[in-house]
Design a protein around this ligand. Structure first.
Ligand code: ATP
Length: 207
């Protein structure tokens, strides 16, 4: 089983680390691929993709069963999820179970993705459902079968949807960027990432 956790990681923070830990417990037999996008399709970052990748490596490369996957750095142009899924299918074949992890914010924007209807044909989907929140399923995923036992996904390559109940951690990359601009000394990021942010003076000019 291959669990795919993509994002901009602009920058990586303690919430991402907590989610990866949660995924490791939920899918113990899986390899977890953390997939930073190279060129996010719907936003710009003031920090280069290289810096975002470096910080991700500092934060996670020592964790067991985690692979920082650079597949989106191998393609020019916007980093569309559908292209990543097709690329990974070429590597792993059609019988491998894929679980694409999406937070509530990503799910809400899914109707506006590039070729979203093809996504459930290529993978299962795990929705990160934060405490106290009920994420609505977008119309492009309406045909998916919802199941509650993550263990079943081991033998199912695609087409199933699972909600993972996660703690509500009040941290986001937006919050980290804003704290840096305000000159905060303590940031909700791993210590090595905090050092890197200072060393390269990153996110000092965030609006
Ligand atoms: P931004 O604030 O810039 O939008 P972000 O903190 O949401 O960024 P992303 O890199 O966009 O970070 O997130 C990657 C994935 O991690 C997404 O699926 C997102 O929903 C999820 N995620 C981010 N922060 C948390 C959190 N605190 N708890 C649970 N999931 C999170």
């Amino acid at each position: 089983m291959q669990v795919l956790f993509g994002g901009t990681f602009d920058p990586v923070h303690d919430g991402h680390i907590a989610m990866v830990d949660h995924l490791r417990v939920t899918f113990p037999s899986a390899t977890i691929h953390v997939i930073p996008n190279n060129r996010p399709p719907h936003r710009n970052s003031e920090v280069s993709a290289h810096h975002r990748l470096e910080m991700l490596q500092l934060a996670m490369s020592h964790l067991q069963d985690i692979r920082i996957n650079r597949i989106e750095f191998e393609r020019p142009g916007p980093s569309y999820t559908i292209d990543t899924l097709n690329g990974l299918r070429e590597l792993f074949g059609n019988d491998e179970s894929f679980v694409l992890v999406l937070g509530a914010d990503a799910i809400r924007k899914m109707d506006f993705w590039y070729r979203p209807r093809a996504v459930p044909l290529l993978c299962n989907i795990c929705i990160l459902n934060r405490a106290g929140e009920r994420v609505d399923i977008p119309s492009v995923l309406a045909e998916m079968n919802e199941i509650s036992d993550g263990g079943l996904l081991d033998n199912l390559p695609s087409g199933y949807l699972i909600r993972l109940q996660t703690p509500d951690l009040f941290v986001s990359s937006t919050l980290v960027r804003s704290l840096i601009t305000k000159g905060a000394k303590q940031l909700p990021v791993p210590p090595k990432v905090a050092d890197y942010l200072v060393k390269y003076n990153l996110y000092q000019n965030t609006e």
